[in-house]
Design a protein around this ligand. Structure first.
Ligand SMILES: C[S@@+](CC[C@H](N)C(=O)[O-])C[C@H]1O[C@@H](n2cnc3c(N)ncnc32)[C@H](O)[C@@H]1O
Length: 280
């Protein structure tokens, strides 16, 4: 272990949180105001989130997907969403039944595979998933997935899962893709850049891309900037971005998924997944 790594370990989590939140607040405050609209966002009042996570139909779809998902040993703790969150994503796709899904942040394809499997479990004509990453996650030369402990590229995994016809991989920034895609989506999962100013820029753009009644799913949302696990870590960006947008008049409410019916990380059932819905 080198010296700076050792020093990092000696700094208490609360001090790192304090510094991280202050830095994020400062850079977010410097970001120019972004206009927003929430008329296409699904109203929170009609959403039975708890029901979706215990639905027998969603359980059945999850069991059906095991034949596919069980083929892959997706690593945990290397930047992909944790296994409990992957399952939650599958249940949400099963519950909301979107025809079109946009994922920002492909990385090793952990969530990509689970969205695709959920779409495949209840097949509908025209169903599709577009997954965007600023990095070339399928680069056949550099094979970036190997450094994260994954055996296959996200694209190979999707092909092996028989979901190739459902998924489009895009190597681009979220904002550039949004500007140029000419598509709209029923369900948008934001798990790309986590800096507050990045998420502050992405949410209004995602709102523009939503089909009527669409939903946005956030990852790494820490309500009130409190740690969710015993590691004391807080990723402030998504919370601060939503907080600023709401303070600027965005008609939205966040529904954190909270505790799931199955394990997630650090021996808990707690997830940082949260839905962004209209406040009504
Ligand atoms: C936390 S990882 C996503 C994990 C992924 N959902 C999974 O389960 O494997 C975040 C990813 O977002 C990508 N990213 C960061 N900023 C981005 C941006 N502005 N536009 C698109 N992708 C971005 C990173 O390259 C990284 O691969």
């Amino acid at each position: 272990m080198n010296r700076s790594h050792l020093l990092q370990q000696l700094i208490p989590a609360s001090a790192k949180r304090f510094v991280g939140v202050r830095r994020e607040r400062k850079s977010l405050a410097a970001a120019p105001t972004v206009p927003h609209r929430s008329d296409n966002l699904r109203p929170a009042d009609g959403v039975d989130l708890a029901g979706m996570l215990v639905s027998q139909e969603a359980d059945r779809l999850w069991r059906d997907s095991q034949e596919i998902l069980g083929r892959f040993a997706i690593p945990d703790g290397t930047g992909g969403v944790n296994p409990g969150d992957r399952r939650a994503v599958h249940y949400l796709i099963g519950g909301f039944k979107p025809l079109s899904v946009l994922e920002v942040g492909t990385h090793i394809g952990a969530s990509t595979l689970h969205v695709a499997a959920a779409l495949r479990a209840s097949p509908r004509a025209g169903a599709r998933l577009v997954t965007v990453d600023i990095a070339d996650v399928n680069d056949a030369g550099k094979k970036p997935w190997l450094a994260y402990g994954a055996a296959s590229s996200p694209r190979d995994m999707i092909e092996q899962a028989g979901c190739g016809d459902l998924v489009e991989f895009v190597h681009d920034t979220s904002l550039n893709y949004a500007r140029t895609c000419g598509s709209r989506f029923d369900f948008i999962f934001l798990d790309g850049g986590h800096r507050a100013e990045t998420v502050y820029g992405e949410i209004p753009v995602a709102l523009e891309l939503l089909e009527p009644g669409g939903v946005i799913l956030l990852h790494d949302y820490f309500p009130d900037l409190k740690p969710l696990w015993s590691n004391g870590v807080v990723i402030p960006g998504p919370y601060l971005a939503v907080h600023r947008l709401v303070s600027e008049g965005l008609d939205a409410r966040v529904l954190p998924l909270g505790a799931l019916p199955w394990p997630t990380k650090e021996n808990s059932r707690v997830t940082s997944l949260a839905l962004l819905l209209r406040d009504g």
